[in-house]
Design a protein around this ligand. Structure first.
Ligand code: F6R
Length: 608
């Protein structure tokens, strides 16, 4: 995730200053590099670099820039580490095109090879730079700028919000959108483009939200939008936003946690688009050849690691050891050459996980880091990196980064299962196809379960304790659900293997005690049904997160049912996480707590 802005016309202040102010309002979308390009007298000037907006501006003074039109970017690295070269805007060979981009161009390698073969010189490792060179190619072939844009859009695959300056038409900022958000802000004598409304809210509150597949340009006095070569009339889409700047940065959601839960379809789509099948094959070979596989992480990341552990050992029979990273010392004597560690950390900075990585690497273990932050310490110190592309997570409780981790780890496990002969080509194709289309099902799940989650939250809000029970692959999801409820709603919640509940925990159960059941693995549903009946017999408030196919048998038994679509167990771990996140969120709000800033917690834990 990154933030982009574009402006053409005058708001009565220097354009560099206005663009900096807009970018600062988007800094929550990324902050590892920043930059601005303006066009003045037919010449494009670019100033950019690594660091936060204020640091980059102090070095290169982009607030000093003046011009007719300009674009700006605050970056969250996906392709290419944070560096001066990889900071946006990117330019073509002649310096007459500058572009900023949010999203992932999934076919950029192929495009780059074609462009390099035609003599284009690239100066960054980003996927974005291909856009500037493609545009250059088309205008050199005597297409108009709009025609060039049309051709460029037809060549791009993946997700993008783009703002582009062309020196030949300085009063225009060109744009295109697919999946990544892009909004037009309408002014008198000026128009804005931005990833999000707060960017320009101090200048205008009249907005048009662009739809997927749309592209066009803004001038100081007009907006032109096209789709598939046909003009689109967007007049009816103009709306006036009456948000406070505070609310606006949350896109109208009352909390970042809720916004980030709702962002999961996009986060998963970007994560999928960023996966490289060659790299997955290489890493799966490493896992298959390993003597042992250690899997580590803390909190939510540990739970994602447990799902991976289950897939590798339970389904494939690999010798795995999963542990909380703070407990790594117990496993040191087992570790040596020929072993592999998978270290999961969204921030890439958690000290416990970093210590485990350092110690195990010194012992000869090769480490694969799974992180959301490109070039953070853990991936930097690891041998291999697998990135999620969830974008920055502001809420302290991990939500979208967790499901993105599950997506990456499911894809890696499926690739290893194919390599190890546990899955045939067809089964592998089905699982990968399911993961690819999961963002749509996540969207559907959010829409269909939210009201129910709010209703169940009203029954949970007065409780002091809750159990989360599951078996098999659902157990880490139960653990994650319990952690979410504990940390944001401050209700004591414990997860157990459902079979274990009879060996002690059931002693606490009396009338109205909430017990949540997560049914994930088909092979365990009979036993789970028995556990529901045991809890019912003691008057528990039984709540189930159940795939639709098991609704007939569980529907009558449970006090409350949340139904999810039917998918294979690995993908189901992602879908089942959604209602548990929503449940924790709404319970926290009903109890009067701020879910974005739970007491005593920090987003990144850098002390042992
Ligand atoms: C819970 C949560 C924490 C983190 C843990 C590890 O919602 O966010 O439990 O998962 O502190 O953080 P990372 O993944 O950054 O290593």
């Amino acid at each position: 995730m990154c933030g982009i802005v574009g402006l053409t016309g005058s708001v009565g202040e220097r354009i560099g200053l206005v663009l900096r102010r807009c970018l600062e309002r988007l800094e929550y979308r990324g902050y590892d590099s920043a930059g601005v390009a303006v066009v003045n007298g037919g010449v494009i000037t670019v100033r950019k670099g690594r660091g936060k907006i204020s640091e980059v501006d102090a070095r290169v003074n982009f607030t000093g820039l003046n011009g007719v039109s300009g674009i700006g970017h605050t970056r969250w690295a996906t392709h290419g580490k944070p560096s001066d070269e990889n900071a946006h805007p990117h330019t073509d060979c002649s310096g007459t095109v500058a572009v900023v981009h949010n999203g992932i161009i999934s076919n950029y390698r192929e495009l780059r090879e074609q462009l390099e073969a035609r003599g284009h010189r690239f100066t960054s490792d980003t996927d974005t730079e291909v856009i500037a060179h493609l545009f250059e190619d088309y205008v050199k072939a005597r297409l108009t700028a709009l025609e060039a844009l049309r051709e460029v859009v037809s060549r791009l695959r993946g997700t993008y919000a783009i703002a582009l300056l062309y020196a030949g038409e300085p009063d225009k900022v060109f744009f295109a959108r697919n999946v990544s958000p892009l909004i037009i802000g309408l002014g008198n004598g000026f128009n804005f483009l931005a990833s999000d409304i707060p960017a320009f809210l101090e200048y205008t509150n009249r907005v048009i939200t662009l739809h997927d597949g749309e592209y066009g340009f803004i001038t100081p006095g007009s907006v032109y939008v096209e789709r598939g070569g046909e003009p689109v009339d967007v007049k009816a889409r103009v709306r006036v936003v009456n948000w406070s700047p505070e609310l606006a940065s949350k896109e109208g959601y009352p909390h970042f946690m809720l916004k980030e839960i709702h962002e999961q379809p996009r986060a998963l789509r970007d994560t999928w688009a960023g996966l490289d099948t060659d790299q997955l094959s290489k890493l799966s070979d490493l896992l298959l050849k390993a003597r042992r596989v250690f899997i580590t992480g803390s909190g939510t990341s540990y739970h994602a690691g447990l799902v991976f552990d289950h897939l590798l050992s339970g389904l494939m029979g690999l010798d795995t050891h999963a542990f909380n990273s703070s407990e790594y010392k117990r496993y040191v004597k087992l570790a040596g050459d020929g072993d592999v560690m998978v270290a999961v950390s969204q921030s890439g900075e958690t000290i416990d996980t970093l210590m485990a990585v350092r110690v195990f690497r010194r012992l000869g273990v090769r480490v694969i880091a799974v992180s959301n932050i490109v070039d953070s310490t853990i991936p930097r110190e690891s041998d291999y990196q697998l990135y999620t592309r969830a974008g920055p997570e502001v809420g302290v409780a991990a939500t979208k980064t967790f499901t993105a981790q599950l997506m990456v780890l499911n894809a890696l496990a499926a690739t290893a299962a194919l390599g190890g002969g546990v899955l045939g080509k067809d089964e592998y194709g089905l699982i990968m196809g399911e993961l690819e289309h999961l963002p749509d099902l996540v969207n559907l799940t959010i829409t269909s379960v939210e009201a129910k989650a709010r209703h169940i939250a009203s029954r949970l809000a007065s409780k002091a304790s809750a159990y989360y029970l599951s078996r098999g692959l659902g157990l880490p999801i139960a653990m994650e659900g319990a952690l979410k409820l504990k940390e944001v709603a401050y209700i004591h919640a414990e997860a157990y293997p459902a079979g274990e509940s009879k060996h002690g925990p059931i002693a606490l159960v009396e009338g109205g005690f909430p017990v949540l059941f997560i049914a994930t693995d088909d092979e365990y549903v009979d036993a789970l049904e028995g556990n529901v009946m045991e809890m019912n017999a003691r008057g528990a408030l039984t709540i189930g997160v159940i795939p639709a196919k098991h609704q007939p048998r569980f529907g009558k038994l449970l006090s409350e049912v949340i139904q999810t679509p039917n998918v294979s167990p690995g993908a189901l771990t992602i879908l089942q996480s959604i209602p548990l996140q929503l449940l924790a969120y709404y319970t926290a709000v009903l109890r009067g707590h701020d879910p974005d800033k739970p007491r005593n917690l920090a987003k990144t834990v850098t002390v042992e």
